[in-house]
Structures are given as C-alpha cells and as structure tokens.
Unconditional design. Sequence first.
Length: 400
Amino acid sequence: MLIREKYLSQIRNFYEETSLIKIIYGMRRSGKTVILTQIIDEIKNKGINENNIIYINFESIKYDFIKSAKDLFNYIESLTNNNKKYYVFLDEIQKVDNFEKGINSLRITNKYSIFITGSNSRLTFQELSTDLSGRYVRFKINPLSFKEVVELTNTPNNKYEELLYDIFKWGSLPQRFIFKETNDLNNYISSVYDSIILKDIVERLKIKDITSFNKILQYLLDTEAKEFSCANVKKYLKQEHQEIANDTLYNYLEALTSTFILNKVYRYDIHGKSILKTLNKYYTSDLGIKQIKTNNEEINYSISLENIVYNDLINKGYNVYIGKTKKGEIDFIALKNNQTKYIQVCYKLEDEKTREREFSAFNELKDIPNKYIISLDKKNYSIEDIKHLNIFDFLMNDNF
C-alpha cells in the first residue's frame, strides 16, 4: 500500500484535536478511505486501544439505519464505555441528513477526535457555514501525483516517459493501477464516473437531463485549456439538437466542479494584480475521465501535459491561475508562501518557431523573476532569466 505521506504529514498535527473536525474530501476513488485507514494504523501504533477507535463507512448497507443527525449522535454515544478519548472516522458522511448537527453535537462533548470524508461540495464550504463554521480543518485529496505513481508502480527513471503517456490515457486514480487490460481500465473508470453521476449529482443536485449534462462535460473535455464561453457551449448543444437555459448550464458546471470532476481556473491580471472572473478555463482532476467521455480518439499531448502540470502545482500546494498580460497570456501563475512563479508549458521545444512563441510569452515580464518553461525535452533550452525544466525534473521535485 502506498503511504500518502504528503497528506498524512498535514493531518498528523490534528490527530489529538477534539475541538476541530478533520474533513478529508475530494473526488470519488481518489484515496480518501485509504488515508483514513492509514491514520487509524498510526493511531493504533501509538498504543490507542482498538475499542476507542470507531470507523463507519456509510456506503455499507450495515449502517443504513443511520439516517439523521440524531441517529448518528445516538449510535456513536452508544459505542462509548470509558472516559478515554475516542477516535471517530465517518466515511462518505454526506449520505446522512443534516450530518453537520450530529458531528457538532459529538464535538462539543470534547471526548471525540472526529475525521470525516466525502465526495462533494457539502464538505467544502456550502453547507458547513452554520453549524461548523470555524470548527473544522479540511484537506483535499487528489488522485495520485506522478511521483506517487512512480513510487506505487516502482517505475525506474528510464521508464518515466512511458508511464507519463500511460497517465495521459488512463489517469492516476489509485485503484486503476490494479488493472492492465484496456477493457478492464475502461470499465473501472466508467464505473467511477457513473458513481459520481448517480450518487453525487443525480441524487444530490436533482439533475434530470443526464444526456445534456454528459454532452456539456464532453464539450468541456474536448475544449479543455481553452477559454470557457457560455455562448459557445449553447451553440454546441444547439448543433446537437439540444437547448439549455443559462441557469441550468451554470448548475451543471457547478455540479462538475463541486464533485471534483473538473477544476475551474480563473485568470489573473499580472499588471493589475487582480483575479478576473471572466473567460476562465477548466482542467480535469483525472485524465482518465477524458478517455471515456471525449470525442477525440487521439490524445492531445500538449493539453494533457498542461493538465498534468496544473494538477501537480495543485498537489504541491500552489494557488494556480491563468496569467493575463496586456498583450497575451501565460499558462499558469502559481502562488505560494508569498512567492509567485510564472509558467509556460510546451510539449516539445525542439522547433525554433515553437521556442520563439513560448519564450515570447514572457516579453512583458522583463524584470520579474521565477519564469519557467516546462516541456518533455531533455535538452536544456534555458535563456537569460527564463529557466527551462524537463517535465520529470518538475514532477519529481517536491520543492519546486
């Protein structure tokens, strides 16, 4: 089992905390349950009695009787029989009505260290504001980073490129590496997507027109990394003999981001130093979804590389934006710890015209440091104050 130390190291400081609920959220099958089991193992290794560890997976029919906040509170209380601290792990808790009230009632007893997981927006901002405001810390779990996949698969560095193309096609959800055959991979990724649609979107958000919803996702994946336009989506649907109201379209977009299928990336005005709310872009959380939902049979490696870099920047803890200059655009502006990095992503730089185009994106940033171009090339094309990085030097470096 891959130990996801990057996340455990963030959560570990809160193991003993009873005043704050630990929220672990992210896309389905991204590894949240495994992280819970790893936390449980670490707590056991500290000498905590198993009787003081309570784990409930709400996807199991065993716990169907827990339907409300009161049911949850009463059941947990019924399991306690000593005065020591209890460690409570509630997996996919969004299935319980008004769960916020239940876990807050447990929290205020000051005898539970509570960890919860979930796969949609209920565990981020939208519905935690009243009962849990200021009473939780949250940790978003993403599909495996390239470096984690290397560790999981024990891939030597002379096979990195082969592994990268495999991720371009099938993504990096942890369990998908169990499967080797194309049909098995397709079936697994399709089942993950279907579970998101049925459990997190249809049930939760009451979306009825699944056909239109799928077509919108398909359009966004086919036009990934391009500026999003509501008018273009509606034009596309009209060509498909379907029409959609603006409110419905925005509801569908919210559904795609709140279940972590897609990430919305805003533009950042470099000169005005402000975030712009128009002409944003979308990147998929896992490239495997593109394999089953896109119309394009051939993989666009340039866009896939861009998506990989975006996801890795997020994994490295950056806030990421599209950079807007006065005359053009920079692929990514990455902000962390009061430092800003400016990043262009290019599949290959071996063509002189391509190099001229990519390096010229920084023309308006003459006196600004931390400018990078990331590509698949092994040859170093760095010039002056613009550093060229091979993609694997970037992906394998936690300290970028």
